[in-house]
Design a protein around this ligand. Structure first.
Ligand SMILES: Nc1nc2c(ncn2[C@@H]2O[C@H](COP(=O)(O)OP(=O)(O)OP(=O)(O)O)[C@@H](O)[C@H]2O)c(=O)[nH]1
Ligand SMILES: [Mg+2]
Length: 453
């Protein structure tokens, strides 16, 4: 099945499928109708010699002038039983960027075209080998930064997310059929039961969509990861905490106030959620233009993070400057962290409206509690059944609005508008899997893949 009529069947694409750099094995991948002919050229094999599907042949690879380039394994996957749904040939040689580059140029000389990023997966989608959400999951799997992300991406790739979407979409279409059947009859002819059935089905659809949206939001959060900003006056120990959390000696730590100016980032994993911790310049009125710029950058990050840790110095207690910083923060997304408790015997934090905890970044005391706290506020432990993207959330929200609209029509509107709401909801969901026309978003989705996938 080919999804796009204007799709060019003619060209054969080629790419190095293994990552750039040196390795034991490097793979050149061809896809398209000329794959076998080009592979025959590279292997100097007569055109009539048969290739057994999925059989590994040990072959020599040559350039078009007949010079030996490498030896390795050649594999043929006939259409439609290949990754792309087209004839695919893989040549597995040595993982040398130079040799692979020569092989690539030879394939182009023999008629292949260099693949664009994601073009193999785009072809797999266009040939119906996978739907759009699954194709996106290929990229998510490749780029996964934690085991949880990889597992959730694989669930999407296996079709779990798509199944949920397809099932709901079918149910919406069946309710739509019911609503449309009602359009041909008057209210007296239909009676109360028709409206009641419609109402019940609509209610059920909305509930299912709400569940799907909730699960997808969890999946989107896992996909995005979270960011935590360390803020506070100079010298309270922000950089010390960054180093303690990441277990690395990233930030320079000195007793001099105003040590950090640039923003430093370290990624940690909390219950499988990738979390980027950002260390910033201490907030104070400084006359030093470099420090001023650092302070400006720290403040600019406030809107871009999920959580803020406002660090305080337990040995100095609550200062007016701390209060000024806190006043600028969204207190719903902020925790006070009393650092340097090793300097104060039996430190008791002052009672404030914002949740607080105590630790010593230098001695490591209290770090476990901070990790647990962050896991909780960032929702790291809530498991995500699949990975979702912003695009999916927008489509699900659009479907939700359309169903809400249909619901409103039930009590004081028309069945035509109710049917339209259902139709819009089905279309919105169809965009996720590519069941409805999505031509304009394809380029955007696949261009973010790596070349060769
Ligand atoms: N006793 C004690 N000292 C600490 C602790 N954490 C940090 N310090 C000390 O406090 C000083 C400042 O630490 P930094 O981590 O550089 O503080 P900062 O908030 O990043 O400072 P700026 O980058 O200047 O804003 C250093 O001398 C650290 O050794 C702690 O938990 N206990
Ligand atoms: Mg610092």
């Amino acid at each position: 099945m080919s999804r796009r009529l204007g799709y060019q069947q003619g060209d054969t694409i080629v790419a190095i499928a293994t990552p750039p750099g040196e390795g034991g094995i490097g793979i050149l991948r061809l896809s398209g109708p000329q794959s076998l002919a080009i592979a025959n050229g590279l292997c100097q094999q007569p055109p009539h010699q048969p290739w057994r599907p999925r059989h590994g042949y040990f072959r020599a690879f040559y350039d078009p002038q007949g010079e030996l380039l490498d030896r390795g394994i050649a594999l043929y996957f006939p259409a439609p039983h290949s990754y792309t749904g087209e004839a695919v040939v893989e040549l597995q040689g040595h993982g040398s960027p130079v040799v692979l580059g020569m092989l690539l140029r030879s394939a182009v000389a023999l008629g292949a075209r260099l693949a664009r990023p994601g073009e193999f997966s785009e072809r797999a989608f266009l040939h119906g080998r996978m739907d759009l959400a699954q194709a996106e999951a290929v990229a998510e799997l490749i780029h996964a930064r934690s085991e949880s992300q990889a597992r959730a991406a694989l669930a999407s790739l296996e079709g779990r997310f798509s199944e949920g979407i397809n099932k709901l979409r079918q149910q919406i279409l069946s309710t739509l059929a019911l609503a449309e059947a009602g359009l041909d009859f008057s209210e007296e002819e239909l009676g109360d039961t028709h409206a009641q059935t419609l109402g019940r089905e609509l209610q059920e659809l909305r509930q299912q969509l709400a569940t799907l949206l909730h699960q997808s939001r969890q999946g989107a959060r896992l996909g995005r990861g979270a960011r935590v900003l360390l803020l506070g006056r100079p010298n309270v120990g922000k950089s010390s905490l960054l180093n303690a959390l990441s277990g690395r000696d990233t930030a320079i730590i000195t007793p001099i106030a105003g040590t950090t100016r640039d923003i430093l980032r370290e990624e940690i994993s909390l219950a499988g959620l990738p979390v980027e911790v950002l260390d910033t310049a201490g907030l104070r009125d400084s006359s030093d233009p470099i420090e001023q710029e650092g302070v400006r950058r720290s403040r600019a990050l406030l809107d871009q993070v999920e959580w803020v840790l406002l660090l305080l110095d337990a040995s100095q207690g609550w200062q007016s400057e701390d209060a000024r910083i806190l006043a600028d923060l969204d207190q719903e997304r902020c925790t006070l962290v009393w650092n340097k408790v090793d300097l104060v015997a039996d430190f008791q934090p002052p009672a404030l409206d914002v949740p607080s905890l105590c630790l010593s970044a230098r001695e490591g005391q209290g770090l476990g509690d901070l990790r647990c706290h962050l896991q909780e506020v960032l929702g790291a432990q809530e498991s995500a059944p699949w990975l979702a993207r912003q695009r999916h959330l927008l489509a699900l929200e659009e479907a939700q609005q359309a169903l809400d609209h249909a619901q409103q029509q039930l009590s004081h509107g028309t069945e035509e508008l109710l049917a339209q709401g259902l139709r819009d909801a089905a279309t919105a969901l169809g965009q996720i899997t590519g069941a409805v026309d999505v031509e304009e978003i394809l380029g955007n989705i696949f261009s973010r893949f790596c070349i060769g996938k």
